[in-house]
Design a binder for this molecule. Sequence first.
Ligand SMILES: Nc1ncnc2c1ncn2[C@@H]1O[C@H](COP(=O)(O)OP(=O)(O)OP(=O)(O)O)[C@@H](O)[C@H]1O
Ligand SMILES: [Mg+2]
Length: 478
Amino acid sequence: MSLLSKMPSMEASSLFSIYTSLVGIMMLVRSMANEIIPQQLRTYLYEKFYNILFDSTKSSPRLTLVIDENWGITRNEVFNAASTYLPTKITPSTQRLKAGKTARQKTVTTAMENGEEIIDSFDGIQLKWKLVCAESKGKPKENIYYELSFIKKFKDRVLEAYIPYILSSAKQLRHEEKVIKLYTRHISSREDGGGLWGSIDLEHPARFDTLAMDRALKKMVIDDLDRFLGRKEYYKKVGKVWKRGYLLYGPPGTGKSSLIAAVANYLKFDVYDLELSNIHSNSELRRILVSTTNRSIIVIEDIDCNEQMQDRGHQNWNGLNSERKLTLSGMLNFIDGLWSSCGDERIIIFTTNHKEKLDPALLRPGRMDMHIHMSYCTPQGFKILVSNYLSSQSNNHPLSEEIEGLIEIADVTPAEIAEELMKGDDPDCVLGGLLDFLKHKIEDNKIKAREAKKVQLEKAKEPRPVKSEESEWVQFKI
Ligand SMILES: Nc1ncnc2c1ncn2[C@@H]1O[C@H](COP(=O)(O)OP(=O)(O)OP(=O)(O)O)[C@@H](O)[C@H]1O
Ligand SMILES: [Mg+2]
């Protein structure tokens, strides 16, 4: 019985004033509580208080939604979302919980136990969740479902606002907890492309803020990724496939692979590392790419080193169709076509040490959305590396200025500098060592440049081979 129904003899006006005072006190307590009591405890106390005063709501007609584990032949998205969302609503009144973790999870996670109830509130609506695991006749597996009950008149708001809220909250929670996977293919020499993707957790620590690269360029990349993520509807409207392509180029050790890891960590996208030397035909490539998932990055490293990728022929000299071999044009056509049919939110990244060696088809405007030059280390990049490997105070070290001057002319990679900075903890020793390293490097570079010039001059002196009609004909015949 509610408190109000226990006072039948009181006049209506007194009842009304008691009612309004109680509501006022509740509002006041609630606003004070918001400041000092943690949210979960607050919800619990509020619900208890609310129930004691107004348990007349229990007599209102209620509706129960049954949210099954499966919907048709697939998993029920609402069930999955509730399983992610509800553990965040566990209050001290919960008496039994499931607890556990997988080998890779860092902390113990909790989940609802059979028969347990969780009370939630949304927009003034009180909602009761219950997990039910029931044995189903003739089936080896028990039937698992949630019962979500609330006052019937709120049905539309629950379906149209509360459930979508659960779906988006769960998405956000999964995003925060997501462990990024690195997929590589099991090596397969079979023509049928039968090798599946194998995966491990990508625990690469690279992040944008630890990456030594030009500040403006870094910002441009981050802004581009943000814009890309937020433009689902835009891509749909303009009839473009929701994908983005980046070409990273620069000498070894300038951070191309680190940038890929930073992008993956930033977007929380899985990475598919595509080793082209294991793929023998366009049709095999297609099968492999189709088996990748949405919200992922497909990486093809050192694209210039792959001989097949230098071949643009649609038709072989001997007339074989390009389906039977891997060609650059086959790959590009497929990458352009793939996403429209079965892929969403994809990023493709090619890397190369030699942009000048790449086939023009790959560099054509519109093919790769951004060409990102990863260059030798700059004084700006050096500061970031010092903060990473020593401390940000070490940037004020007396040797810093001289080092920065040498970095400008040394053609030294961030990887080389990182290696020097890892040699100890004492900034005096480490920066002194780096200074010596840079001086040697500059000397070495001068010697190499002199030698390269000598070779060039000698080559220029060599007599040029005379082209004969016959040799051209022989080449053609082969
Ligand atoms: N720009 C950078 N910022 C921070 N660290 C870097 C950077 N570039 C290189 N490093 C360091 O050097 C290591 C090697 O760099 P990385 O593998 O990213 O270079 P890469 O450009 O991919 O080289 P390659 O062309 O040989 O594949 C990284 O693990 C990182 O420690
Ligand atoms: Mg690399």
